[in-house]
Ligand binder design. Structure first.
Ligand SMILES: Cc1cc2nc3c(=O)[nH]c(=O)nc-3n(C[C@H](O)[C@H](O)[C@H](O)COP(=O)(O)OP(=O)(O)OC[C@H]3O[C@@H](n4cnc5c(N)ncnc54)[C@H](O)[C@@H]3O)c2cc1C
Length: 398
């Protein structure tokens, strides 16, 4: 078997060793999408089943939302009690630290400060602490302005909620490690492979694939006993391939600036404002990265296209206006435009409120499992989501 296969390599090997792409014809499980969620699922399922295939449309795993984020291991404090976000973030936090330690994924348990800029916001900290405690987040405490200065001398605030279980990691290394372990356990990961059609066939589901790019494109198909839709921003479209039109993803872009060089030391770890009431974003925050820069962002704005990362970006001046509230010493010239990422939101523009993750077997095609609206904290939650999906897969394959 050739578990981590890019298309050109697959062709070369098939020519040299007469290994046909039609070896992919049958699978127990087909995972669509090689982001952090799909790769974590491949790793979990390949401990229990043979013939697990993961297909990813892009040239390598993790090139979409999974590496265009803050890289924060969230604690689980924000989300409504008993929601999937609360459950999977809390469990995912524990499992992510364990996985990173076991597989040498760069990470650091930094803790974070949620900073109240004025007495009105300070009253809200207690509500957040109560919500976090109800979700099972341990070790939080409220500190005063002197406590903030001791940890973050350049941050202005009247009080802060200290959250010790939050940390940071290298998202790219995390995705790579989930994919590597899945492949070592026998999962087959094929990149440059886009699912273009799905059709129930007796007990199985048949997937049509477009493999390769440009001149080299080929059509292939594969039949699987169970299909898992982990297609991120495109998961609504993949569900629709099976006739399920229950969901619509609204892309919400999050943009970052970066502080580089010695000025990055204005921040020591993770500093957040209070979250927006409608939970569109956790607020423009400061993240000290593992490579020593400080990220400022992400912003949040609904956009028309699911792959528009750069058009009409916010300017450093616009970032400066919101960043100086918590970090008064920051200058506009400290801020350099950095990358952006796109959240797969289930809530349309002008409607408020948080939406939970959707993890569900298809009512018409129960051998299909859909994961839709996996926005933040999806990076943290991935290993816990993977266990949840494994339970559904076991039911589907019983
Ligand atoms: C700005 C921003 C900041 C964030 N910060 C954090 C954070 O700090 N901590 C945290 O826990 N979470 C964070 N998140 C959320 C987190 O990044 C996502 O929840 C997570 O990456 C979702 O992973 P995924 O695998 O579902 O999606 P993706 O990474 O988008 O992967 C889906 C994959 O499916 C592939 N695909 C789509 N259609 C097909 C098809 N038809 N055939 C084959 N392949 C297909 C795509 O190419 C893609 O690679 C943030 C998100 C954003 C946007």
């Amino acid at each position: 078997m050739y578990p981590l296969l890019s298309f050109p390599l697959l062709i070369l090997i098939s020519r040299l060793l007469s290994y046909s792409l039609y070896a992919m014809d049958q699978a127990n499980i087909l995972i669509i999408g090689g982001g952090v969620v799909g790769c974590a699922i491949a790793r979990e399922l390949s401990t229990r089943w043979d013939d697990v295939f993961l297909v990813e449309a892009l040239p390598k795993p993790g090139m979409a939302t999974s590496t265009r984020n803050s890289g924060v291991i969230h604690s689980g404090l924000y989300y409504p009690k008993n929601s999937l976000k609360a459950r999977h973030c809390l469990e995912g936090n524990r499992l992510t630290y364990e996985f990173c330690a076991a597989h040498n994924v760069p990470h650091r348990r930094t803790g974070k400060l949620l900073v109240a800029a004025n007495p009105h916001e300070a009253a809200e900290l207690e509500n957040l602490q109560r919500r976090g405690e109800a979700n099972g987040v341990a070790g939080m405490r409220i500190i005063d302005a002197a406590g903030i200065r001791a940890r973050e001398p350049h941050v202005a605030g009247v009080a802060a909620l200290e959250v010790p279980s939050t940390g940071i990691l290298s998202a790219e290394e995390l995705v790579k490690a989930y994919a590597r372990v899945a492949a070592e356990q026998g999962a087959n990961i094929v990149t440059h492979a886009q699912v273009t059609a799905l059709e129930p066939r007796g007990e199985n589901i048949r997937a049509e694939l477009r493999i390769g790019e440009g001149e080299e494109t080929q059509r292939e198909s594969i039949e699987a006993r169970c299909v898992i839709n982990a297609a991120g921003l495109h998961s609504d479209e993949v569900a629709a391939l099976l006739g399920n039109h229950s969901w619509k993803i609204y892309p919400v872009r999050g943009e970052y600036c970066e502080i580089r060089g010695p000025r990055a030391a204005l921040i020591n770890a993770l500093v957040y404002p209070l979250p927006h009431a409608e939970m569109l974003t956790l607020g423009t925050h400061f993240t000290k990265t593992l490579w020593g820069t400080t990220l400022v962002g992400p912003t949040a704005r609904y956009i028309a296209s699911k792959d528009d990362y750069e058009h009409d970006r916010y300017t450093p001046a616009q970032f400066h206006a919101s960043a100086k509230k918590l970090l008064p010493e920051i200058e506009e010239t400290d801020l350099h435009l950095a990358y952006s990422g796109i959240r797969p939101k289930l809530v349309p523009p002008n409607e408020h409120g948080p939406a939970d993750f959707v993890i569900a077997r298809d009512p018409q095609v129960p051998r299909a499992i859909h994961l839709v609206g996996i926005d933040s904290p999806g990076l943290t939650s991935a290993p816990s989501i993977a266990r949840h999906v494994a339970d559904f897969a076991a039911e589907a394959l019983a």
